[in-house]
Design a protein. Structure first.
Length: 95
């Protein structure tokens, strides 16, 4: 049986599916590029929060050297947003 597109399901996915939310996110290129380098490229599944903030700070500094002021927020602000209830792109675990 051929697959049929269900508009209601598609609309729900466009609003709620994490992968689509990620692609539609503000600064998606920053988010995907940075997280790829921190997790996929290094083959890690977890990074200590302090290290992640430090790495993002350096990444932002490098990006802003090429395009001054493109990313005006702090590394901590970006990470906090990426982990918040609305976005959930990363998970901050407290042990």
């Amino acid at each position: 049986m051929p697959f049929r597109m269900d508009e209601d399901r598609l609309a729900w996915d466009l609003q709620h599916a994490p992968s689509i939310k990620l692609l539609k996110a503000d600064h998606a290129a920053l988010l995907i590029g940075f997280l790829y380098n921190q997790f996929k490229y290094t083959q890690r599944v977890a990074v200590p929060l302090a290290e992640l903030v430090e790495q993002l700070d350096g990444y932002l500094e490098n990006q802003n050297e090429h395009d001054s002021g493109r990313y005006a927020r702090t590394a901590q602000a970006y990470i906090t947003e990426w982990a918040d209830q609305q976005h959930q792109f990363i998970r901050i675990a407290v042990y």
